[in-house]
Write a protein that binds this ligand. Structure first.
Ligand code: CIR
Length: 259
C-alpha cells in the first residue's frame, strides 16, 4: 500500500452550490453525490485503507473536497489557505482532524498573502511539484518551500493555465509513470517521467489515485483504463458524475497518508 489512511468529508446538501468554474455540466444531485461518495469510501476500505469520515458542513458547499485545505506529507502537514472566499474557512474545520495524526510541531500554515490549495500539490519522492494556478500564488509556494526545506524536500513550481489545479492535469502513478493531459503532455517540467498521455476527450480521467493495490479511476474512460492496464496497473472504477459537475476529481475527495 502507498498509504494506509485517508480522511474524507461527507458531501453537504449545499454541495449542489459548489464552485463550478470549468465543467458546465449542470448542478450535482445530492442523493447521487452521497451514493458516489459512499462507493468511494467503500472502495478505499476494501483496499485496506483506514478511512476517517468527517461530518458534512452545510455552510461550506465544497468542503467534501478535503484535499484542498490541507497537505499531508510523510513528515509534516500544512494547513493551506484556499483562495475562494467560500472555501477559506475550510482550513479551520480540517485542522482538528490533522492534529489527531500529526504532532503540533509538525503542522504548519500557509498565511496571507500566501494562497495554496492541496489540489496543486503533487508529491513524487522527495519533490513537491506545486501548481502556480488561479488558486495557488507564488507567495503560497514560497511559504511551502520554506516548510519543505526543513525536512530536506524540494519544491518545483509548475505553471497551471488550462486546469483548475495541477493534479487536474497530471497525477503520478509510481514507477516513474506520470499520467498527463493537455498542457502537461511533453511538458519540459516532466521530462524525466515516462508519460502516459491522456487524449483530450478523456482529460477528466487524468486525475487518478494509485493506492499501491490498484489505481482508482473515474468510470467510463476506456482509453485511460486500457493505458493503465497495459502499464501493469489494476484499475478500480468509481462513478464521479456528480463531483465532476463542480470540477471535483478523485484526488480532491480525500487526504491520503501513512499513520
Ligand atoms: C472548487 O472549485 O474549489 C471545487 N468546486 C472543486 C475542487 C476540486 N479540488 C481538487 O481538484 N483538489
Amino acid at each position: 500500500m502507498l498509504f494506509n489512511n485517508a480522511i474524507v468529508r461527507k458531501p453537504a446538501h449545499s454541495v449542489i452550490n459548489g464552485i463550478d468554474d470549468y465543467a458546465d455540466l449542470g448542478k450535482p444531485d445530492y442523493s447521487k453525490a452521497i451514493q458516489e461518495h459512499e462507493s468511494y469510501v467503500s472502495l478505499l476500505t476494501k483496499l485496506g485503507i483506514k478511512v476517517t469520515i468527517l461530518d458534512a458542513l452545510e455552510d461550506y458547499p465544497d468542503s467534501c473536497f478535503v484535499e484542498d485545505p490541507a497537505v499531508v506529507a510523510d513528515e509534516f502537514a500544512v494547513i493551506t489557505n484556499p483562495t475562494r472566499s467560500s472555501r477559506t474557512k475550510e482550513r479551520e474545520k480540517i485542522r482538528p482532524t490533522i492534529e489527531k495524526f500529526y504532532q503540533e510541531d509538525r503542522i504548519f500554515e500557509i498565511k496571507e498573502p500566501g494562497h495554496l490549495e492541496g489540489g496543486d500539490v503533487m508529491c513524487v519522492g522527495k519533490t513537491f511539484y506545486i501548481g502556480l494556478s488561479a488558486r495557488t500564488n507564488q507567495e503560497g509556494i514560497d511559504q511551502f518551500t520554506e516548510i519543505a526545506d526543513k525536512f530536506g524536500q524540494e519544491v518545483i513550481a509548475v505553471p497551471v493555465n488550462e486546469f483548475l489545479h495541477l493534479k487536474t492535469g497530471t497525477t503520478y502513478m509510481g514507477n516513474n509513470k506520470l499520467l498527463v493531459a493537455g498542457e502537461y503532455i511533453d511538458s519540459p517540467y516532466f521530462k524525466k517521467f515516462e508519460q502516459l498521455r491522456v487524449p483530450e476527450k478523456e482529460n477528466y480521467a487524468v486525475n487518478c489515485i494509485n493506492t499501491g493495490n490498484g489505481v482508482i479511476m473515474p468510470a467510463d474512460f476506456p482509453t485511460v483504463k486500457e493505458m493503465l492496464t497495459q502499464h501493469g496497473f489494476k484499475t478500480h472504477e468509481i462513478n464521479m458524475s456528480e463531483f465532476s459537475k463542480i470540477d471535483g476529481g478523485l484526488t480532491c475527495l480525500s487526504l491520503r497518508f501513512n499513520a
